[in-house]
Design a protein around this ligand. Structure first.
Ligand SMILES: [Zn+2]
Length: 144
């Protein structure tokens, strides 16, 4: 493990390896914490074999007035039960482009404020806020 990795408590299982401010935004690079278990998203069992790794860029809650972009190094595991699957990340849903924390924040405020206000608060585009709002509403009424 590199000495400059920060074990910040915001992204379970990951370490912040880089933090950069550019163009009025904060970019944080997250790499897997080698001490954290590698878990299959299909069956929730621990895995040891990595099939491949890749990067996903996702939004998190604004920090100190800046939008926050995460560059996350995600792995696909080779699970003995499921075959090749994405790893389970507790704070990030499958294929999601925003963290669960940000999606919950947007969902909560969409119930109380006009979408334009939620865009301002979250720093997200109108379409993104509306998509999260629709997803949350669908989950509440049980639409798959
Ligand atoms: Zn599995």
């Amino acid at each position: 493990m590199q000495d400059n990795n920060l074990g910040l408590p915001f992204w379970e299982g990951f370490l912040a390896s880089d933090l950069e401010r550019k163009n009025g935004a904060t970019w944080i690079t997250l790499v897997p914490d080698p001490r954290a278990p590698l878990v299959c998203s299909g069956c929730d069992s621990n895995c040891w074999q990595i099939h491949e790794t890749g990067w996903r860029v996702v939004r998190d809650m604004p920090m100190l007035g800046d939008p926050v972009w995460l560059r996350v190094r995600l792995r696909r595991v080779r699970c003995s039960e499921c075959g090749t699957r994405a790893e389970r990340v507790k704070w990030l849903d499958r294929h999601a482009r925003v963290t669960q924390r940000l999606a919950e924040f947007v969902g909560l405020w969409c119930q109380k404020l006009p979408v334009a206000h939620v865009c301002k608060l979250s720093g997200l585009h109108w379409d993104t806020v509306r998509r999260i709002e629709r997803t949350n509403l669908a989950a509440q009424i049980g639409v798959p």
